[in-house]
Design a protein around this ligand. Structure first.
Ligand code: FEO
Length: 388
């Protein structure tokens, strides 16, 4: 385990997972993921969440080492998703005197996951309730739908630590040498993106707390420059574009639509677009395409026509964007079709349902292979897209 220092009496006992194929069975994690768990050692001992079942043994060993012979008085459960809650029963059996701390939504869910009757040992807390451990005191703040309904965060007053559940989490094992924002953004939009209003509500509550450190359930402990991370969450949760730029997302069957998308990228760059990212929706990471769609203020969608609609990977992409509450962006359309191009009409049909979208009036419609006339149309489309 990487040595992670929190404070003298708050220890990291989580585990890195570097050989999971897909996080939540859908997200690639090239640099793994961490399941964070912490223990607070005071007159009373509190464990802050468990870890995924895959890391049970390592976590129990970490806990044992941290306890140096002591017992556990409380398990604080901020989230019932199995990547954090899988070992609740294991810990409850190991420490029969241990109390379980959750809210009114936590315990019914616990009964769904575990056969054990823990009702006699439950401490049900609500907004603002506190748990005294000695010099440490936890205050509970409800954070419904960040990312499940039972989620709550805990604020430890004496050391000014926010235990933020999935909030401020990130893909990547703790020893991954990578930029925080890139994998935190991909994590945020794909996992919590739909719940911007609820994240905003949590940020408002957090603004009243004096926070010196954020301990999330995934990714690094945040100790410095917290305004940076809070600022990113403010932008992301309010669905504001983060950067001036364009994502060109294409769905191509034989490469002709891809050729048009690459040409469109060149045109946009020549016309002064600050940043143009491009993604092959058939082959590239869908989660990163979603991340980039939210990151930039503009998007070009280029799709082949297929079965009278759009190519399936484009439909999948737009379905994801819709379900993540995508909004407030400007979009241009390029379609291709060898007999009856229909992709643009169908793509627009989905995006028209979203909030505060600006859809370009011009559409480039290619018949099989891009021609000179299409390039001229793409020039005009790029101008419309880049116009303020
Ligand atoms: Fe990391 Fe929503 O669990």
């Amino acid at each position: 385990m990487k040595d992670v220092t929190i404070t003298d009496n708050i220890l990291y006992i989580g585990a890195d997972d570097k050989d999971l194929d897909l996080f939540e069975s859908q997200y690639i994690i090239p640099n793994g993921v961490s399941y964070n768990s912490y223990v607070i050692l005071d007159e009373k001992v509190a464990v802050m969440d468990t870890v995924d079942a895959r890391k049970k043994e390592e976590w129990l060993a970490n806990l044992e080492q941290a306890l140096v012979g002591r017992t556990v008085d409380y398990l604080v459960i901020s989230h019932m998703e199995p990547d954090h809650a899988a070992n609740i029963q294991v810990l409850a059996e190991k420490y029969p005197e241990m109390k379980l701390v959750g809210n009114a939504k936590t315990f019914p869910m616990m009964q769904q996951f575990f056969a054990m009757d823990l009702s006699e040992r439950s401490v049900v807390v609500k907004e603002g309730d506190t748990l005294h451990l000695g010099t440490h005191e936890l205050t509970f703040v409800m954070a419904p739908m960040v990312h499940w309904p039972e989620v709550m965060v805990s604020y430890e007053k004496s050391e000014k630590i926010l235990f933020s559940a999935d909030g401020f989490g990130k893909f990547g094992a703790l020893d991954a040498e990578e930029d925080w924002a890139c994998e935190a953004r991909r994590y945020y939009f794909n996992i919590v993106g739909k719940y911007g209003a609820q994240v905003q509500a949590l940020l408002k509550k957090a603004a009243n707390l004096d926070i010196a450190m954020i301990c999330p359930l995934h990714g690094p402990i945040l100790k410095e420059n917290l305004a940076y991370y809070l600022g990113k969450y403010e932008i992301w949760s309010s669905y504001q574009p983060e950067d001036d730029g364009v994502l060109v997302a294409y769905a191509s069957i034989h490469g002709n639509t891809k050729g048009a998308a690459i040409k469109m990228k060149e045109i946009l760059e020549a016309k002064g677009a600050k940043k143009v990212a491009i993604t092959d929706l058939s082959r590239d990471d869908m989660a990163e395409a979603i991340e980039d769609a939210f990151r930039y203020d503009k998007m070009v969608l280029a799709s082949a026509t297929y079965d009278g609609g759009m190519f399936p990977c484009m439909e999948d992409f737009l379905h994801h964007l819709k379900s993540k509450n995508f909004q407030k962006r400007k979009v241009a359309f390029i379609e291709n079709g060898s007999w009856a191009p229909m992709a643009a009409k169908n793509m627009k049909g989905i995006l028209e349902q979203l909030k505060e979208m600006t859809l370009c009036e011009k559409t480039v419609s290619i018949k099989s292979v891009m021609k000179e006339a299409n390039i001229a149309e793409m020039e005009a489309l790029a101008e419309e897209l880049l116009a303020k």
